[in-house]
Design a protein around this ligand. Structure first.
Ligand code: F6R
Length: 606
């Protein structure tokens, strides 16, 4: 996630700017930059890579400004490069902006502005906003910002400066966070508190649609053209707590980010009223020809791939195979004509996934990479890339990136089904409406964290856990077991529930917890039979089921409820309690859940 820091300060210095930028590093970034107003002119310094590169650029530069906007960029549109680094400017170089978020209708606006003679120097969505302000500029900068904001769609936070009115910073917020720091005789505009916590603990959190102007007159905030007052809050966190937004670990912070991340992933990608899906750049003609799909990935990304296999076969009516990349890299697969290869990877750098991709790529019709890190190897190797827009994941165990991968895979499945006329428009509309509601359902599950913690407290000393699911919920059993292994060091296995009698049943005793993903869906009766098999042998059973299924609590040891949804959306919801359970067990066992032993966030070796 990009980081913004803006200063309105008589004690501004190079060191102060760099220090604040470094405090935003935890958000992840691939380039950095700043703009200042000096002698009524904007000066910009930008670089690809780490903040230390920016420091090198500034080595012999004296900063004599009192206004600055600076930025750490986590690429979403356009690869990491100096040209794409923020701040961006308009044609005249008199307006400079930094941005966090996504401008959904940027392509359309870009075309409009191009026709009016605007020349763009980057591939970013951000740059169009600087040009849009320029386009609206009559005399007054604030009016121009206000009318430019009315034309953009999406989630965004901006900090804007202009040499035309060199005594102010304007901040705009919708969706993405903006917090204003109020110092003794200075102000800060930031994406997050750590960037200025060293100087003040007084802060105002802007609300959606706020436009805030910081000038010698202080802070003025308007919302929908009306002046508003916002509460000044005293921040009690230290800087480490602030990076984690008050959460104890990055992992739990990232689990709680999932509603927001899900919204970012689906943002601008469908219209549920029309039943239309727009995945940027994806060639629908090519999708029409596809008769088979191969999905390759590792770990959590493989579990998303496996869930997609069930969805694609059911809804798009074409054969799909999901393979573990470390196996697929050495296999000699027989690939049918018109096969689409989909690779899924958070980092886009996993060595096994890259090798498997290269092994299979030459035999297929075309390739899609679903990745989180913009500009990563897989994103460059594939014919098409679909970004998950989950933002950087700091916790080693994947959580929010899984949900975002699933969001993309649902959309891709419905898109293929639509093109192949395998789903009616009415059904697509209904399912897209379902997707739109997922963030609120995830919030509902997150509210039950205390109940899940109680279950964690009850079982955290056990040595083995077994997880079960059927069909599209089977990959969620695998994911639940993987999460637990990684961050609690407890042995855990995931099984298709029907497989119990073929071996795992020998493990059942009165200690091993058996966790079932068991919503009332098509195979519910079968899962109940499996639960009976375990109960009959004195096993402990924990069930994840839908809210309406109250009767099950009489038969099992513990129940975790999730909202009632159409059956194929349960995987998306059932994974959330799995993540929470693993997290609470890991913490209770005293493990560093953000950095469990022996694991790396990006596995770039074989
Ligand atoms: C699990 C986890 C790993 C990764 C796997 C693939 O929590 O983080 O299993 O999912 O190493 O990584 P990516 O998705 O970056 O290819």
């Amino acid at each position: 996630m990009c980081g913004i820091i803006g200063f309105f300060s008589d004690s501004l210095s190079k060191e102060k700017i760099i220090d604040s930028l470094k405090r935003l590093e935890y958000r992840g970034y691939d380039s950095a930059g700043l703009a200042i107003i000096e002698d009524k002119k904007i000066k910009r310094y930008r670089c690809k890579g780490e903040i230390k590169e920016l420091e090198k650029k500034l080595k012999n530069i004296q900063i004599k400004a009192n206004i600055c906007i600076a930025h750490t960029r986590w690429a979403t549109h356009g690869k990491p490069s100096e040209e794409n680094a923020h701040p961006h400017t308009d044609c005249t170089g008199k307006i400079s902006i930094v941005h966090n978020g996504i401008i959904e209708n940027y392509l359309e606006l870009r075309e409009k502005l191009k026709k009016k003679g605007h020349v763009f120097k980057s591939d970013t969505d951000t740059e169009i906003f600087a040009h849009l302000i320029e386009d609206k500029l009559n005399k007054n900068l604030i009016n121009a910002v206000e009318s430019a904001v009315k034309e953009i769609k999406g989630n965004y936070a901006f900090a804007i400066i202009s040499s035309l009115e060199p005594d102010k910073i304007i901040a705009v917020k919708k969706g993405a966070p903006v917090v204003i720091g109020i110092g003794f005789d200075e102000y800060f505009v930031s994406s997050d508190i750590p960037a200025f916590l060293k100087y003040t603990n007084k802060a105002i959190f802007l609300q959606d649609n706020d436009i805030c102007v910081i000038s010698k007159n202080g802070i003025e905030i308007k919302n929908n053209d009306k002046e508003v007052k916002r509460l000044v809050q005293n921040i009690k966190w230290d800087s480490e707590q602030a990076e984690k937004k008050g959460f104890s670990h990055f992992m739990i912070k990232e689990i709680f980010e999932q509603p927001e991340v899900f919204e970012d992933t689906i943002l601008g990608r469908f219209n549920e009223e029309k039943g239309e899906i727009h995945i940027e750049g994806l060639d629908t003609e090519k999708l029409k020809r596809i008769k088979n799909i191969r999905l390759i990935a590792c770990g959590t990304s493989y579990h998303a791939a496996l869930a997609a296999k069930y969805l694609i076969e059911k809804y798009a009516g074409i054969s799909a195979i999901a393979e573990i990349a470390s196996e697929a890299r050495y296999s000699e697969p027989v690939i049918e004509k018109n096969t689409l290869l989909i690779t899924i990877s958070q980092s886009g750098e996993t060595a096994d996934t890259i090798a498997a991709f290269n092994n299979i790529k030459k035999k297929v019709d075309f390739t899609i990479a679903i990745v989180n890190v913009v500009g990563s190897t897989l994103s460059r190797l594939a014919d098409y890339v679909i970004y998950t827009h989950a933002g950087p994941e700091i916790g080693v165990a994947s959580t929010k990136t899984f949900t975002s991968q699933m969001a993309v895979l649902y959309l891709l499945t419905f898109q293929i089904a639509r093109i192949k006329k395998k789903m009616t428009t009415d059904l697509i509309k209904k399912y897209l409406k379902n997707l739109r509601k997922m963030p609120e359902f995830i919030i509902e599950i997150l509210k039950s964290k205390d109940e899940i913690k109680k279950i964690a407290d009850k079982y955290y000393e056990q040595k083995d856990f077994l997880y079960y699911g059927r069909n599209v919920n089977y990959p969620i059993a695998l994911e639940g077991a993987l999460k637990l292994k990684e961050i609690s060091y407890i042995h855990a296995e995931g099984y298709p529930a029907g497989e119990i009698k073929h071996g795992p049943i020998a493990l059942i005793d009165d200690k091993v917890p058996n966790i079932f993903v068991a919503p009332e869906s098509r195979l519910y009766g079968k899962i109940i039979n499996n639960i009976e098999e375990i109960k009959a042998r004195g096993g402990k059973v924990i069930v994840i089921t839908n809210n309406k299924n109250k009767k099950i609590s009489k038969y099992v040891d513990d129940v975790i409820y999730i909202p009632d949804v159409d059956e194929d959306f349960y995987p998306l919801l059932a994974v959330i309690p799995m993540q929470l359970l693993a997290y609470f067990i890991g913490v209770k066992r005293g493990i560093n859940v953000d950095k469990p032993r022996n694991l790396a966030k990006s596995v770039t070796v074989e």
